[in-house]
Design a protein around this ligand. Sequence first.
Ligand code: PLP
Length: 309
Amino acid sequence: MAVGVQPGDDVLVSSLTFAASAFTVTYVGARPCFIDSEPGSWHIDPDLLERELDERARAGRLPAAVISVDLYGSVADGPRLMQICATYDVPLIEDAAEAIGASRDGTPAGRFGRVAVLSFNGNKMVTTSGGGALVSDDPTVVARARHLATQARNPAPWYEHDEVGYNYRLSNLSAAVGRGQLRTLAERIEGRRRVRSAYERRLGSVGGFTFQEIPDGVVPNHWLTTVRIDPDLTGTVPTEVLAALHERRIEARHGFKPMHLQPVFAGAPMVGGDVAADLFATTVSLPSGSRLTDDDVGEICDVILACRP
Ligand SMILES: *Cc1c(COP(=O)(O)O)cnc(C)c1O
């Protein structure tokens, strides 16, 4: 709403994400239209996005916004996406919910696009148990968001409202909890980096196990280490691996199921789709907490590797 999306508008969204990225579009009565991922980084494919914007510009139906997603703690190619969106004068929204503390070419996640969002949900790197933040250096966006998030109160000596507002602000108590965690964020990122590299050492040396590529210049926060398991090279699939892990009471999940395959978005327009569908069929998000020891990671890898015929 703060960047001017209206009911009936189209908004382009990366398909491979958590559903909240697309739910926001429907909250304002707009329509999410999904874009496939690129194979290496798994982020929104900038070439597909550029082509789609070009076709839409020619047809006179540019979207009201583009939402890119920083996936699993890495950072999408913000500079390139900003340049593409600027060409068509479409605002870029960066969903940095998973990426607090990560950076690209020295710029922190959340600084790409006209506006970005962070999540402080219970499963995220900084958590206030619930809630999040909107980040922008555009003062009109900030003022508009603050107005809408605080019940749209107009400046008047009485309670005066000329539009519908929301109670979307973070409470001061929650904010205090989150600020406390910022002090130890770097340590927790370092812990998760260590866990990721332990998985990479062990699984990466076996054929058929690959990890989300970290592009040059990206320093992820390593929120979730997600592995791609090639069915032909390993002879196993995520469903099998997850069953074996769960039997040992080890919590792990499928990688995100893309939005264009979700029943709730059936019929929504999709540009491409094979890459995101393949990633859903082949990826597992592994236990990634910073307190895991090398022995824990070793045990998890043993269970995974034993799934191979
Ligand atoms: C967690 C998450 C959200 C939602 O955050 P909430 O705080 O639950 O609203 C949005 N987008 C992505 C990509 C997420 O991972």
